[in-house]
Write a protein that binds this ligand. Structure first.
Ligand code: DX5
Ligand code: ZN
Length: 214
């Protein structure tokens, strides 16, 4: 699978409707929604009202990435705000299964996210419990950072762990992804690539989305 999820964080926030319409016309499979609370990460992005407005204009499934503490308190509201999938960080909660269950009860796809510095084996017990894992290839918090090369080894480990157990869990990779490094990530086993700056700052975002798939 080679699916692209452009990250809205890099879009022109003064023209969100226009940006959504561009994504609707593109070959992107999803729109990635980065929610930051200023506590779990040192940055604040946007929350429910913006996401609901985007849901009205975007015809692609919304792939929600929560960078917030105590995700179990908010995941249900994100499901109700129109999420196709809801992901939260393994570092943000003591009880990932609680949030996973709430998301599942809403009929929404579950995603567990891991930061670059967290031991990749922390995901092992959950690989069979979620629909997707989101491997951060930059420290969560800001768009426009450089890809951390060791993420490729972490991705290879996840691909092998998922395949050897006969699981169908999807692997999404997020951070610093562009037309130069995308092919390496597909080869290492990524199913979905998130790209913010590479898409929205490109001269031709629609052509860039096509290129990212190659
Ligand atoms: C970082 C976010 C990413 C970010 C990606 O905390 O989770 O989704 O927007 O942006 P780029 O592609 O610019 O690294
Ligand atoms: Zn993200």
């Amino acid at each position: 699978m080679r699916h692209i999820s452009p990250s809205l964080l890099a879009a022109d926030f003064g023209n969100l409707q226009r940006e959504c319409e561009m994504i609707n016309q593109s070959s992107a499979e999803y729109l990635h929604i980065d929610v930051m609370d200023g506590v779990f990460v040192p940055n604040i992005s946007f929350g429910f009202p913006v996401m609901k407005a985007v849901a009205k204009h975007c015809t692609k499934p919304l792939d929600v990435h929560l960078m917030i503490t105590e995700p179990e308190k908010y995941v249900e509201r994100f499901c109700k705000a129109g999420a196709w999938s809801v992901g939260f960080h393994i570092e943000a909660t003591d009880d990932p299964m609680k949030a996973i269950r709430i998301i599942r009860e809403q009929g929404v796809r579950t995603c567990l996210t891991i930061n670059p510095k967290t031991d990749i084996h922390a995901l092992d017990p959950y690989l069979g419990e979620v629909d997707m894992v989101l491997l951060m290839s930059v420290e969560a918090g800001y768009g426009g950072q450089s890809f951390i090369p060791v993420s490729v080894d972490r991705l290879r480990y996840l691909r092998e762990a998922i395949d050897s157990r006969g699981l169908r869990t999807l692997i999404e990779v997020d951070g610093g992804i562009n037309t130069q490094n995308a092919s390496l990530l597909w080869e290492a086993g990524a199913d979905i690539l998130v790209a913010g700056s590479a898409v929205f700052q490109a001269k031709d975002p629609i052509a860039t989305i096509d290129q990212l798939k190659q």
